[in-house]
Each structure stands twice: as C-alpha cells, then as structure tokens.
Design a protein around this ligand. Structure first.
Ligand code: CUA
Length: 335
C-alpha cells in the first residue's frame, strides 16, 4: 500500500509488514488522541469562558468519568503491549533451520562469512525466501547492523555474539547501515544486502571458496592443540565436544547453561568462567591468540560436531543445490 510513498522505506522482509502495521496503529491512536484533546480544549475554553454575572460552579469529581478515562486507555495500552510483544518475539527468535552467516564488524567495515566459506566485505548475498540468521560480533567498538528495508536493527558488541534474523521477500539490493556512532568514518560504514533468486544465488555460491567454515575451524582446532585435550572418545583432560552444541551443560557450581555460540566463545577466551562439572580448570586462555574470524570458524566447527546442527548445515547445502529450494525447505520443516 505504501510502496510508492517515499515516507516509507521499501518493505522486503517477512517481518517488515508486521512492524509497519503496528507503527501505523500507533500513529492512528496518537492522531486520534491529539484530535480529541485539542477539540476538547477549544470546546471547553469557549463553553466555560468567564462571563459577567455568572459564578463558577465547583465540581468535586465523578467516579464514572474517572473510571472511563482510566479503563479505556489501559485497554489501548494493553493492546499495544501485547501486539508489540508478539512482533518483538517473532523478530527476535531465529527459526530453527535458518542459514547461518557470521558477521564481524570493525572500524569501519562489515566482514561477512558464510557457513560454506564464502567471504564478503560490506556486502551480503542471500537468496529470497530463506531464513538467514546473523551471528555478529565486533573487533573494536559497538556498531549496529541496520537494514531499514528489513525493519531490522541489532547492536554488534565486542566480546560477545549478538543475533538477528530475516527472511527476504523481494529480490533486490538494500541498504545496510551502521546505526551506532563508532568513530570518524561511522557514516561511511555502509554496505548492501543483495537478495537474489535461488538459482542466481546458487551460481554465486559456487564461486571461489576456501571450503566450509567448519573445516577451517577443524584445522585451527588441530593447530592450536585443542584436539589433545578435547578428544572425541571422552578420555581427554577436557570435556568431549561431540554433540555438545545446543545441549545443556552442568557446571561445577551446580548451574546448568546451554552450549550456545556465546558459551563456546567464552570457553575459548575465558575458560575459567564456566567449568564443566567433573573437570579441572586447566585450560589456558586463547585471548589474543585467535582472531574474531578464527573464533567464528571454531564455533562453526563445534556446531558441526553436534549431529542435529550438522544435519541443518547439510540440509541447507542441499537446498542450495536444488533448482527450486521451496520443496526442500518444506521437507526440512516437516522433519
Ligand atoms: Cu560502525 Cu557506526
């Protein structure tokens, strides 16, 4: 409806419509309230103006009136709250079978790496109609990954991963902005999201690559000697990483945490922070020894050791190879 209205950015993701609908609702409610208040002000100013010989009559409150102006706004606010919560949780929760893309921000560029190994700078190529989950971190200061056409914005922080996701609904090239002031070249920290037809994307994907990200991670895992303690047969000095990702982990202090991206990251950089139950805090830190890109590769490798996650990556690779990924997508969901 608003595609030709320049006040609205293009709408090119599955969440964009929901965000706009809520926003338009807020505009209408605010507009109606403004109209109501100003009409009342003008009307009452005229109706109850001071007149010669007429004494003001004092009114000491009215219960029905007070109830009305409390209950109606409460109802309106609850609608806004519930509606906003639904839109928020939907846009914050990546679907299970999302394709994963790693993003590293630095002053002043966006570095992108696909699970299949393709790297890009200030560009992100994605197929139309596929759920894409961005796993993002920063090498220096706080940045913010903002794509107006997708109604999507998420801060990118140093020292941890943040996540956002989208499903592009229209092929095209869309603006990517950094939305957090991050230094002198902040305004130049821009790029584009290129949404392609699946067949086109498949052709693009088959271009030069250094191999899957998880394979790079496996190499780093061996080079750093991680493999000597984290053995697959559970006989090592460290916990086995087979099937770990996404599972709950019992810690020495009795807490249970989920082995997600941030857990793996922290365990590499600050191994003492969360000691797995039954193990000793003997692992050295790798802070300063691995770059953000290498960390991403290690996370991807640990993920690939978990059967369900590895299946997810394979299923996505299969979807890339299919001429029409729609049926593949459906069968994935039905699994
Ligand atoms: Cu990065 Cu502003």
């Amino acid at each position: 409806m608003f595609d030709n209205l320049p006040l609205w950015p293009e709408r090119a993701s599955s969440t964009a419509g929901n965000v706009d609908a809520l926003y338009i609702f807020l505009l209408i409610v605010s507009g109606l309230m403004t109209l109501l208040i100003f009409t009342a002000v003008v009307y009452f100013a005229a109706r109850y103006r001071r007149r010669r010989g007429v004494l003001a009559e004092q009114i000491e409150g009215s219960t029905p009136l007070e109830l009305t102006w409390s209950i109606i706004p409460l109802g309106v606010f609850l609608v806004i709250f519930a509606w906003g919560a639904v839109v928020y949780f939907k846009s914050r929760t990546p679907p299970r079978d999302s394709t994963e893309v790693y993003v590293v921000a630095k002053q002043w560029m966006w570095k992108v790496e696909h699970a299949e190994g393709q790297r890009e700078i200030n560009e992100l190529h994605v197929p139309v109609g596929r759920d894409v989950k961005l796993i993002m971190t920063s090498q220096d200061v706080i940045h913010s990954f903002y794509v107006p056409a997708f109604r999507m914005k998420q801060d990118v922080l140093p020292g941890r991963y943040t996540v956002e996701w989208f499903r592009a609904t229209k092929p095209g090239t869309y603006h990517l902005f950094c939305a957090e002031y991050c230094g002198t070249q902040h305004s130049g920290m821009i790029g584009s999201i290129v949404v392609m037809e699946p067949a086109q994307f498949e052709a693009w994907m088959s271009g030069g690559t250094t191999g899957p990200l998880s394979a790079t991670g496996e190499k780093i895992f061996a080079e750093l000697g991680c493999v000597t303690c984290h053995r697959a047969d559970s006989q090592g000095r460290g916990p086995s990483l087979q099937g770990l990702f996404g599972k709950p982990v019992l810690l020495q202090d009795g807490r249970t945490v989920t082995a997600d991206e941030n857990y793996v990251r922290e365990s590499i950089l600050d191994p003492g922070a969360k000691i797995v139950n039954g193990f000793k805090p003997v692992m050295p830190t790798f802070q300063g020894l691995v770059s953000e890109e290498q960390l991403n590769a290690l996370v991807a490798y640990v993920k690939s050791l978990s059967s369900s996650s590895a299946g997810g990556v394979k299923a996505n690779a299969a979807a890339v190879a299919m001429p029409d990924p729609a049926p593949a997508k459906g069968s994935q969901v039905n699994q």
